[in-house]
Design a protein around this ligand. Structure first.
Ligand SMILES: [Zn+2]
Length: 635
């Protein structure tokens, strides 16, 4: 690297790219579909064909210009350029090659770094330019990427990398290869600061950049139709026995195989990036929620087990996506497990809960023919995608909220071969160890291994009409009574309602539904859930990581032990024989958390008097944290 005469000259010759500039030559007709481009505003503004949506290549400066707020871009490290470290001579010397490229492109190197704002959010951007020696990563590109990471760390702002790059910079030999390690180390340092890093792949992105800093971003986006992958398409074709499928090696194919979060049109990129960063910048990830005003809502009556089964299966019952759109503002979805596929039955993304950023992992029910249980049946890709989202919540230190509604894991050979058991086990282990507050909500169908894997949380809420059981009532009836038609009896025996879950201490809170069920008024149901969620997050936010994990560990370590519930169960049997019912546990949960940490004891307190059953109003109790939590006093 040097700032020699050549560099100074090329800086002087540098011409700011614009979409009518020389670098991205304007076509009169689309090369793909032959549509006329002369009159197209979209083509003039963004170099996208209005008919076939083909995204033409543009320069690094043009890409930045399309993203940045007007007049906010300030280029950094512009004068750093290569010095031909190997004194390389091919057809022509590397020095002459560089000089010619600099003169033709107006760039000093293939990377442009700078600071700008996108919708008012300050960022550092590094954009590669394919027109400069194929965007190959030599010493200077590696250095500029590392400097961009360091600048973002220093300024505590997000980093956006726009990548379009070929392979190695041959003329710099092994030094070029080392840039993979240099940039990877720099990105690691950025991750440690908890700052967002988003990469955008443009056509084409292959080779060293793709296999190092670019693929290390928190969120990976790509332009439609972008050719991408580690190996160049030509090599793949040479190695293949038969012609490759048309869509192989494209952004769309990578999305399908779980390698990308989204394919985003050039026109929508600015908005998508802004939404993502707005959720992930430190100003948002550090917001502490206040407890909503007013009393916590509680179920007004009780519903029978069979009623709950019917409510949970009602075809119009709101799904996870219905709640996400109503409860979490500015939700941005992420996709893929970065291994194999994108399981659509798991929805992950960041959203805004009352002004605080949260990570959401939801199980999305899919409608099935009448009589069949509803999906989703979650495969290993879905569990791995969930783990990715969990790790992202940890990086940004934001609460994790899981919405549970699943008929079970996918029981297919394909799922087994994909490592279903391992994926479930590691999801349970990951969630149990998350050093951020976690809240799980059982929306319709909980239980099963798939539901359990996402409910190892600090607080577990359950909608009034949801059910929590290891098997369906029909399956239970066929085992218990050898008669499927006795599902209602089996449902009663399984004790699968929310109130049962509360009594068994499987859940913490029952979230009431509008009269008749959540499907009668999805807006009201979402509003109640939103408030319950805020209360739940308030209870666990701000707790030290050690204490959080300790509590979570104890909570799940003690499940199914010889507990108060078990003792009460035995007592109930005796009392039933004597014609009595049991009343216990009333208000006993308060101050429990503190007691539990000193000496986890399971003492039975039984208050017995005839003819009284437990009242839902009193079943939910208030914890220590709740009482001490700051309350929202805004109207
Ligand atoms: Zn076209």
């Amino acid at each position: 690297m040097a700032r020699g005469l050549t560099d100074v000259l090329s800086v002087l010759l540098w011409r700011r790219g614009n979409l009518s500039g020389q670098s991205s030559l304007a076509q009169e007709h689309c090369l793909v579909c032959d549509a006329s481009l002369v009159e197209s505003t979209l083509y003039q503004q963004a170099r996208v064909c209005p008919q076939c949506r083909f995204h033409y290549s543009i320069t690094a400066h043009e890409r930045i210009q399309l993203l940045a707020d007007p007049k906010t871009f300030k280029e950094k490290f512009r004068t750093i350029s290569s010095i031909d470290p190997l004194a390389f001579t091919g057809k022509i010397t590397y020095r002459s090659h560089l000089y010619n490229t600099q003169r033709n492109t107006g760039l000093t190197e293939a990377a442009v770094v700078g600071q700008c704002k996108i919708e008012g959010i300050s960022i550092v951007v590094v954009a590669l330019d394919f027109s400069f020696l194929g965007g190959s990563m030599g010493l200077v590109v590696g250095e500029k990427v590392a400097l961009a990471c360091e600048l973002a760390s220093k300024k505590r702002v997000p980093l956006i990398a726009i990548v379009t790059s070929g392979g190695a910079r041959l003329q710099e030999g092994a030094l070029s290869l080392m840039q993979m390690a240099k940039t990877a180390t720099a990105v690691n340092a950025l991750h440690r600061k908890g700052l967002p890093y988003i990469a955008v792949f443009a056509n084409p992105t292959t080779g060293q950049s793709f296999a190092s800093f670019a693929n290390m971003a928190d969120v990976l986006l790509a332009e439609p139709g972008a050719l991408m992958g580690f190996a160049p398409l030509r090599i793949l074709q040479e190695m293949a026995d038969q012609p490759l499928p048309v869509d192989s090696h494209t952004a769309e194919s990578h999305l399908k195989h779980g390698m990308l979060d989204a394919v985003v049109d050039r026109e929508e990129l600015r908005g998508t990036l802004a939404s993502l960063m707005r959720r992930l910048v430190p100003a948002k990830t550090r917001v502490r929620l206040l407890r909503p005003r007013g009393r916590e809502q509680k179920p007004k009556g009780t519903i029978t087990a069979w009623e709950a089964v019917q409510r949970s299966r009602h075809p119009e019952r709101p799904t996870a996506r219905d709640y996400i759109s109503r409860v979490f503002g500015g939700f941005v979805e992420i996709h893929g497990d970065r291994l194999n596929a994108d399981d659509t039955s798991i929805v992950c993304g960041v959203g805004d809960l009352y002004g605080a950023s949260v990570m959401v992992i939801a199980q999305q029910r899919t409608p099935r023919p009448a009589g069949e249980p509803q999906g989703p049946y979650i495969g290993p890709d879905g569990f791995r995608k969930a783990q990715r989202a969990m790790n992202m919540a940890v990086k940004f230190g934001i609460p994790l909220i899981t919405l549970i509604d699943s008929a079970g894991p996918a029981q297919t050979l394909e799922a087994e071969e994909g490592g279903l058991g391992h994926a479930i086990a590691t999801t349970i282990a990951t969630m149990a160890n998350l050093p951020v507050p976690t809240v799980a909500v059982i929306l319709s169908e909980g239980g099963r291994e798939s539901g359990l894997a996402l409910s190892i949380a600090d607080r577990i809420l359950m909608l009034e009409g949801a059910i929590y059981a290891p098997v369906s009532p029909e399956a239970a009836a066929s085992v218990l009574f050898r008669d499927d038609s006795r599902a209602a009896d089996a449902a009663e025996a399984l004790r699968l309602t929310a109130m049962d879950g509360l009594e068994m201490k499987i859940i913490d809170t029952v979230v009431p539904e509008p009269e008749g069920g959540a499907h009668t008024d999805p807006d009201a149901s979402a509003y109640t859930l939103e408030r319950a969620l805020v209360r739940a997050v308030v209870r666990v936010q701000g707790v030290t990581v050690g204490r959080l994990l300790n509590r979570r560990h104890k909570r799940f370590r003690n499940k199914g032990e010889y507990t108060t519930y078990y003792q009460r169960f035995l007592t109930r049997e005796v009392e039933t024989l004597e014609g009595y019912e049991v009343e216990g546990e009333k208000g006993k949960k308060s101050k429990k958390d503190k007691k539990e940490e000193k000496a986890p004891k399971e003492e039975t307190k039984l208050i017995m008097f005839p003819g009284v059953s437990e009242d839902a109003e009193d079943a939910e109790t208030v914890s220590q944290e709740d009482e001490g939590a700051p309350q929202d006093t805004t109207p």
